[in-house]
Write a protein that binds this ligand. Sequence first.
Ligand SMILES: Nc1nc2c(ncn2[C@@H]2O[C@H](COP(=O)(O)OP(=O)(O)OP(=O)(O)O)[C@@H](O)[C@H]2O)c(=O)[nH]1
Ligand SMILES: [Mg+2]
Ligand SMILES: [Zn+2]
Length: 363
Amino acid sequence: MNPDYEHRTSPDPFALDTLGWDESFASAFERYRGAYTPGRVSSRHRTVFEVVTVSGLVQAGLSGALHRAGRMPAVGDFVVLLHRPEDGVSMIVDILPRKTVFTRGIFGKGGDDQVIAANIDTVFIVTAAGSDLNSRRLERYLAIVHASGAKPAILINKSDLAADPSALAEEVSSVASEVPVVTISAATGSGLSLLDPFLLPGRTVALIGSSGVGKSTLINALLRRTVQDTRQVREYDGKGRHKTSVRQLFILENGALVIDNPGLREVGMGASGSGIDDTFPEIRALAAGCRFSDCRHEHEPGCVVREAVEKGLISQDRLKSYIRLNKELAFQQEKAEIGLTRYERKRWKEVSKSARHISDFKE
Ligand SMILES: Nc1nc2c(ncn2[C@@H]2O[C@H](COP(=O)(O)OP(=O)(O)OP(=O)(O)O)[C@@H](O)[C@H]2O)c(=O)[nH]1
Ligand SMILES: [Mg+2]
Ligand SMILES: [Zn+2]
């Protein structure tokens, strides 16, 4: 449990709709009617999962079958629970198909540990006035969010520290394209009402960004804002004790769901796929006019994108960044393929060894 929050996921019972349940989950759950209960994973502590269900918060383990299949629920997943009254244990026996999957895309790390969260509608990419603000990093975040199926929004936090917050917003707008940019201060509460259109009942928002940008402070502010009429709340003491180590889903009073994440240290392009193109729509739009359909916009003749850079229509930095991220994607994909081949080779050795055993097969 993360002790750093003024309000936790409420243990009160919830209607499934409030948790983001919809028709597609309902039909996937259809075959489990009877002894099973659906729920949504709100946090994971190694092998124990906290799951919100219609009858409150449940602690559950993972079934042996899921474990053996290497299927690991992520925060935000809708899961199927089996409760064994004889020993009081709840077990996750299945994960319902995900609507969106948000992964960090670093090859070489365990498959399912890559998953940051599932079934996310909107991702708040949080940055802060000061040294964290970095256009190139924002492009990386945008690429993985676009690839996840969730919609991104960029939040510039700590506007109270900026001499000219609108200048920051303008700087960010140059990489944001059509992605909304919202300037806020989680500490003073300024701008928080601009987030209301994203914080809707049954919709899930995940917060990502570097450590220290104020993700947890923002969640506290949102929790406090939506409960302030009904509960007495201790004043936030601003001591920076919110270093988050566990990913966790919270439910705001109005039924919106928000997921706090630990600061991301590394964002790989491995799972970004077409997310890179979505991050650079101005380049994608022009690229269709390049002479070669696989033009990388480097040295190829008939490149419309480079021409646009020369004319000053597209920024040189943007094109450089686009090329670099695509190279990284290609490199990581290649690494993944080599990894697979090695695995296949090993499998083949095992298979041929057992074949030799059976039929005295000789190489
Ligand atoms: N001045 C100012 N400080 C803020 C604001 N929001 C957060 N902070 C401070 O920034 C520090 C880090 O805030 P956290 O909310 O812990 O940051 P985080 O993004 O959750 O960090 P990790 O959990 O490590 O990823 C704390 O000292 C906060 O008080 C803000 O709007 N203005
Ligand atoms: Mg935090
Ligand atoms: Zn080109």
